[in-house]
Design a protein around this ligand. Structure first.
Ligand SMILES: Nc1nc2c(c(=O)[nH]1)N[C@H]1C(S)=C(S)[C@@H](COP(=O)(O)OP(=O)(O)OC[C@H]3O[C@@H](n4cnc5c(=O)[nH]c(N)nc54)[C@H](O)[C@@H]3O)O[C@H]1N2
Ligand SMILES: Nc1nc2c(c(=O)[nH]1)N[C@H]1C(S)=C(S)[C@@H](COP(=O)(O)OP(=O)(O)OC[C@H]3O[C@@H](n4cnc5c(=O)[nH]c(N)nc54)[C@H](O)[C@@H]3O)O[C@H]1N2
Ligand code: SF4
Ligand SMILES: [Mo]
Length: 891
């Protein structure tokens, strides 16, 4: 057999996490199939991809794509949509002024989209109410950086992780959320013996790799790092030379730093554990402290960031190889958003509203007729202002706030009463789409063209390799069209993304003279061809220099007025709310390995969905026993803010007193909606970032009256519109179809009747379907199938507790007949979660080769089953199975 013919069609960047991996799009066999592989020449990943990146080729055809502008559910031309939107915008401006206009963007916009959004909103419409989902994500880090450094600067580079002797991961599930960086770290550890410390209340795939896991109490990192500053001073390990030459405030920070007993009381860790951690830090010169949402998403997140920056400043461990505090960004272009000023309290190009000079500079550069003069509303306040009727026009781009904001019920109310809501999205089946008056079809990954910046300030090109579907357009184009229609033809005369990038670079260099960290003036003169060919580079790229990859602050040079860093006092601070008799458990939320956010892309991939296929809430066995809850039970999670339904996962990885739910499942994918309905909108007073990781809740079991299971050939109708009252449901794609599971709630007072349910799933009136039925009302059972033109389209089974996971694989056979399915004859293999998504290897198969003694190492599992041999994202889980087998042998 000859080698298949492979040609590289395009080089681009992964649309998922902030690692920013380079991807090659290859066509196999003369263009018959498209595939993706890691770009070996990209400095971020050097050829590696994780499970999500590896599955990108499967996500190119998304159901429910938006292909034309819609007003309500009526299609209209772009011209008509833009005319009407402009007219409404003008009317709001005339009647209520620019403050009544708001934009809500996303770290998933490309820099070029984001730049135009910010320019239109803040410069030409004159509203600073331009905020972004980065408020939920990086705002506390931005605030912390600005306080200490005078600018939002990430000082280090990814290679620091490989050059450090100690890497501390704080509130970061790096193994699942930044997998390729985690693999780089593990590879470096192999050769240099790097110590890894992980701070996380629960056990994760990341803590499984830690030399030291500190399961501290949620929200107590601030005490641990405050105490570390004091321990450094007590050990005589302060870097006096660095402190004297480059910083202010060490004494005031030390004055409030807690002592060891106070840290132990706050964190729940033993003094011995804490002291061991402090000693490791003090005695290891090369330390990188990585932090993400366990730190940021807190009502004192920005102060915890300061506490982390303090210990690096106090030891002078910043900006040198293998040293520094390192905020890992979540979204592919979270950093680009910060560069263009995407947050409501930023101007543009790392300039500030607070400075009259900056305002004047941006005004002159843009020729802006009505530059906003003061910061606008931050996301949570913005949605409150919508409820209060102060905002009359809202344009949302590349984010799904009803699924990602806290207090999602309030957010729904906010959108429901805003007279004009515009949503630019790639798909139409999202919770937010239901509340938009206009849906604008956005070109998405693979179709759009521009740049993104990753966590180490590296700017990479996202390049198109296919035409936009239908009438989908780049987001910058739609925004620029509005700018032109408002009468600013020259300011928005962009023909292609390169035009915008050059202007963005020029603004970064405009009257900069080393005053601002963000400087791309070296890129001002890029031709269209240079831009197309642009290789990944780290900023700053100064005029007259070649782009390089440099660090900040080894020699001071901070961006405060006196060019010194500030050590900020970080007194111990409690979370905004605390547990009570009514709400005795803490709800923590976060991510899982193979899903991306609100599932608009990864949810449609059966292989990725197989990893964790149901919406669960994890709880400790002790809590479960107290509450009478068993694995798989339907449970209600209630807080002072709202409630949601989930399925119980009982696991000792979860500390007692805390429960964990992924942020991903929402109303488009399961009944009852997003986790945000339960989360209170408490925010950090400085950054405005909500406390998404700490909500007091109660959890109780619900006993369903009966269960249901549907197998469908085609994607079910958008269930967001369905939201069957009286049911909990969840859906997922399968190989060859879809599965929908139902639980009839105790409040539902009907016996199982499948026909109307089947009709809803298939999207038509009940009389249009004559299902083949086998009803057994005496036993409360109903089985039905719907056959169309000889093809089995759907099967629905209702009853006291149908256990039909074994039927799922049947649907992979396109020829399968109704009788076989209705008879309930499935494959023997019971369903088991898929651990290796690349080769679809289930937990059961892995456990079997370990139990039989055939495999005693990750390599042996790979040799036998291929699991872990492609992207490697499941290796931490394989190690977990091996360790578990070992400990059970010992026990
Ligand atoms: N697979 C996957 N990867 C992703 C994403 C995704 O959706 N899916 N999203 C991307 C985005 S936008 C982001 S922002 C990043 C987020 O990346 P991470 O921050 O790593 O992800 P999370 O799971 O939100 O939270 C990390 C950990 O914080 C812990 N934690 C909770 N409270 C505390 C606390 O008080 N202290 C400490 N020390 N830890 C705590 C949680 O238990 C959790 O394990 O991931 C990016 N990568
Ligand atoms: N409880 C809880 N809530 C959280 C978090 C948490 O940890 N816990 N994490 C928070 C964090 S860190 C983040 S970043 C947010 C993420 O939350 P969101 O931003 O709300 O989630 P996404 O699903 O990424 O939404 C992106 C949307 O953009 C669409 N899209 C894709 N490509 C394009 C494009 O090119 N143009 C346009 N216009 N649209 C496009 C997608 O279809 C999708 O609907 O969630 C936050 N919410
Ligand atoms: S680590 Fe995975 S999700 Fe993140 S950029 Fe790389 S391939 Fe994409
Ligand atoms: Mo994020």
């Amino acid at each position: 057999m000859g080698e298949p013919h492979t040609a590289v069609l395009q080089r681009t960047t992964c649309p998922y996490c902030g690692v920013g991996c380079g991807v090659e799009i290859v066509s196999n066999d003369g263009g018959a199939t498209l595939a993706v592989r890691g770009d070996a020449a990209h400095p971020a990943n050097k050829g590696r991809l994780c499970s999500k990146g590896s599955a990108l080729a499967d996500s190119l055809t998304l159901p429910h794509r938006l292909t034309q502008p819609l007003k309500g559910d009526q299609p209209l031309s772009w011209d008509a949509a833009l005319e009407e939107i402009t007219a409404r915008l003008k009317a709001v401006l005339a009647d209520h002024g620019p403050e009544a206009v708001a934009f809500y963007g996303s770290g998933q916009l490309l820099t070029e989209d984001y730049y135009v959004l910010n320019k239109l909103g803040k410069g030409f419409i004159g509203t600073a109410n331009v905020d972004t989902n980065s408020r939920l994500c990086m705002a506390s880090t931005v605030a912390g950086h600005k306080q200490s450094f005078g600018a939002d600067t990430v000082p280090g580079l990814y290679e620091d992780w490989e050059q450090a002797d100690l890497v501390i991961l704080v509130g970061s599930n790096t193994a699942w959320c930044h997998p390729v960086l985690f693999q780089r770290l593990l590879a470096a550890r192999q050769s240099r013996g790097t110590k890894i410390v992980v701070l996380d209340p629960r056990q994760t795939s990341t803590t499984a790799e830690a030399d030291l896991h500190l399961p501290l109490r949620s929200g107590s990192d601030i005490a641990l790092f405050g105490g570390l500053l004091r321990a450094i001073a007590d050990a005589g390990a302060l870097n006096d030379a660095y402190l004297t030459a480059h910083t202010n405030g060490a004494d005031t920070a030390l004055a409030v730093a807690p002592d060891l007993p106070a840290v132990a009381a706050a964190t729940g860790l033993s003094p011995v554990q804490i002291a061991a951690f402090y000693r490791l830090f003090i005695e290891t010169p090369k330390v990188v402290t990585v932090f993400s949402q366990g730190v940021n998403q807190s009502s004192h997140g920005s102060t915890t960031v300061s506490a982390i920056l303090n210990v690096h400043l106090a030891t002078g461990r910043i900006g040198t190889p293998g040293c520094g505090p390192f905020s890992v960004t979540g979204q592919p272009n979270a950093m680009g958003g910060r560069e263009v000023g995407g947050l409501a309290n930023q101007l543009a190009a790392h300039m500030d509203f607070a400075s009259a000079d900056d305002r004047d500079r941006v005004r002159r550069f843009w020729g802006a007729p009505r530059l906003a003069e003061a910061p606008g509303l931050k996301a949570v306040d913005l949605f409150q202002a919508l409820v209060d009727g102060k905002i009359k026009f809202l344009w949302i781009l590349a984010t799904n706030p009803l699924a990602s904001l806290p207090d999602a019920n309030l957010a729904r109310e906010a959108l429901a009463q805003c007279p004009t809501v515009i949503l630019s999205d790639a798909i139409c089946d999202t919770e937010t789409a239901r509340y938009a008056h206009f849906l604008l079809p956005a070109a998405t990954w693979g179709e759009k063209d521009g740049t993104v910046t990753n966590s180490e300030r590296r700017i990479s090109r996202q390049r198109a390799f296919r035409a936009p579907l239908g009438d989908a357009k780049p987001d910058w184009w739609a925004l620029a069209q509005i700018g032109r229609r408002l009468g600013y033809a020259d300011a928005f005369a962009y023909d292609r993304s390169a035009d915008i990038f050059r202007e963005h670079a020029a603004l970064s260099g405009f009257e900069n003279q080393g005053r601002r960290d963000f400087d791309l003036s070296g890129a001002i003169g890029l031709s269209d061809t240079d831009y197309d060919a642009l290789a990944p580079f780290c900023w700053p790229w100064k005029a007259g220099e070649a782009p390089g990859a440099s660090r900040f602050f080894a020699e001071g040079g901070f961006f405060t007025p006196d060019r010194r860093a500030r050590l900020v006092p970080t007194p111990m601070t409690a979370t905004a709310s605390s547990t009570s008799l009514a709400f005795p458990l803490v709800l923590n939320t976060g991510r899982v390995r193979d899903q991306w956010h609100t599932m608009g892309r990864t949810g449609f991939d059966p292989r990725l969905m197989a990893h964790l296929p149901r919406p669960t809430v994890a709880l400790n066995p002790r809590d479960a026993a107290t509450l009478g809850i068993a694995e798989g039970d339907l449970v209600q999670v209630t807080s002072a803010t709202g409630a949601m339904l989930r399925l119980a996962e009982v696991t000792d990885k979860q500390p007692s007193g805390e429960v964990f739910a992924s942020m991903h499942w929402n109303g488009a994918w399961c009944g009852g909606g997003a986790v945000g309905r339960v989360i209170a909108p408490h925010v950090d007073p400085l950054s405005g970032q909500p406390e998404l990781k700490y909500t007091p809740v109660a959890v109780s079991r619900l006993d369903p009256l009966w269960r249901g299971y549907a197998l469908l050939r085609d994607a079910p109708e958008p269930m967001a519109q369905w939201d069957l009252p009286g049911f909990f449901w969840c859906k997922r794609p399968l190989n060859g179809g879809w599965a929908v599971e139902l639980w009839a709630l105790p409040t539902l007072d009907i016996i199982p009747d499948g026909a109307p349910i089947l009709a809803t799933l298939l999207g038509g009136p009940p009389e249009a379907f004559t299902p083949l039925t086998v009803a057994d009302p005496a036993r409360g059972r109903w089985r039905g199938a719907y056959v169309r033109e000889g093809r089995l389209d759907a099967v629905l089974i209702l009853g006291p507790g149908p256990e039909i996971d074994h039927l799922l694989p049947l649907f992979a056979d396109p020829e399968i007949d109704a009788q076989t399915v209705l008879a309930g004859r499935g494959t023997v293999a019971a369903a088991s979660p898929v651990v290796c998504s690349c080769f679809q290897v289930s937990a059961a198969r892995i456990q079997a080769v370990i139990a039989s003694g055939e495999a005693t190492s990750v390599e042996a599992i790979g040799a036998l089953l291929k699991a872990g041999t492609n992207c490697g994202s499941c290796i931490p889980e394989l190690k977990g199975f091996l360790r578990h087998a070992e400990t059970s042998l010992v026990a």
